[in-house]
Every structure is written in C-alpha cells, then in structure tokens.
Write a protein of this length. Structure first.
Length: 200
C-alpha cells in the first residue's frame, strides 16, 4: 500500500479467518462468508459481486476492485471504502497482490477467461497469505481455489404485466468448497418476501 502512495486503512472489522457477508450468505457460504488469506472464484455476475462488496463495506471493511472498468457501483452505500483500479496495466495480478496485503476484500477481474499457471499464481498467493484479505477472482482461474461461487438470475420483482419497474431480483447462488450448498438470495426490495431460501 505504501508503494501506491498511501497506508493501509485502520481496520474496524473483526479479526477472524472468515470475511463475513451477512445473513443473506450465511447458509450458502461456509461460516457465512469468504475465507481470508485464500482465493475464491466467482462467476462473471456483476450483481452478485456488487452485493458482496456492499456486504463487506457495510460492516466497516475496505475493498478494492481491479480490472473492471464497467462495473456499476450504484448498489454500494459505502463507496469511500472501495478502491477502484479499472486499468491495472500489464500485471493486474501484482496490483491485486499488493492490495490484498492491506485490505479486507480484493476483487480481481479479467475481461476474458484466463487460466493462471502455478508459476504466475505463486507470488500472488504468497501476498494473499501474508495479508488478511479474501481474494475474489472473476474470469481468472487459479489452481485449487478455496471456494467456487456461481450466481444466476432466477427472477425479478416489481414488474407487472406491462407496468412497473425492477425493484429487486432473486439470484440462485451455489458455492462449492469442502461442501456444496445453494440458495436463492434476494437483492433489492421485495415487499412481503423472505430474502433467503436455502437448499443444501
């Protein structure tokens, strides 16, 4: 962080081995969150990633997004707790590694799917283990991720027959690690509905 012209922010989230994401993810994710000092792969589902960013920053955590210039941050309340690096240059893995040493969550996105070789992944993973961050990769596949998460839109709320506007959506989320679990989480406003239905 110092090399990028700043210092690591003061930490206000609990010092645990899991980066908690709140009630919506409690059933589908192991221990209710993402493993720190490890890599989790997430499908290229912007709404899901924004929900994860919002959950972390809402609890006082600090996050960074590397290599995702067209990601919309409209659904995130605590924008001052997010570092955006839309154009990380020729070595986005190094940028993500530096940020992982001082933040709680780092999202690394590549425009096209890539397979990161063990040789290229080694320096990144060393930095991740040295820090406290949970590293999320989108389209960048590293060897043996701790967790793989996929999300797909299952439905919308607020739209009637020829009228209304989208107030929220249901998203089917599946997480595979030591165990596999899936759940439908609700993003946005859904009057009269429960936000989480779990299926193990």
């Amino acid at each position: 962080m110092a090399a990028m012209g700043g210092e690591a922010p003061e930490r206000v989230v609990p010092e645990t081995d899991t980066l908690a994401l709140g009630e919506k993810f409690r059933t589908v994710l192991p221990d209710g969150g993402l493993p720190r000092r490890a890599v989790s792969q997430v499908s290229d589902t912007p709404a899901l990633v924004v929900e994860i960013l919002d959950a972390v920053t809402a609890e006082g955590g600090f996050a960074a997004v590397v290599g995702w210039p067209d990601l919309s941050y409209a659904g995130i309340a605590a924008l001052d707790q997010i570092i955006a690096v839309p154009e990380p240059g020729i070595d986005p893995l190094s940028v993500a590694g530096v940020l992982a040493e001082g933040l709680d969550l780092v999202v690394l996105h590549t425009a096209q799917p890539i397979n990161v070789s063990p040789v290229r992944a080694r320096p990144l993973l060393a930095r991740v283990r040295k820090g406290r961050a949970a590293l999320v990769t989108v389209n960048a596949h590293v060897p043996s991720p701790a967790l793989s998460i996929t999300g797909r839109v299952a439905g919308f709320h607020g739209i009637g027959r020829g009228a209304g506007r989208i107030m929220g959506m249901d998203m089917r989320v599946e997480a595979a690690g030591h165990r596999t679990a899936s759940a439908t989480i609700t993003l946005g406003q859904t009057p009269g509905r429960v936000g989480l239905k779990a299926v193990k």
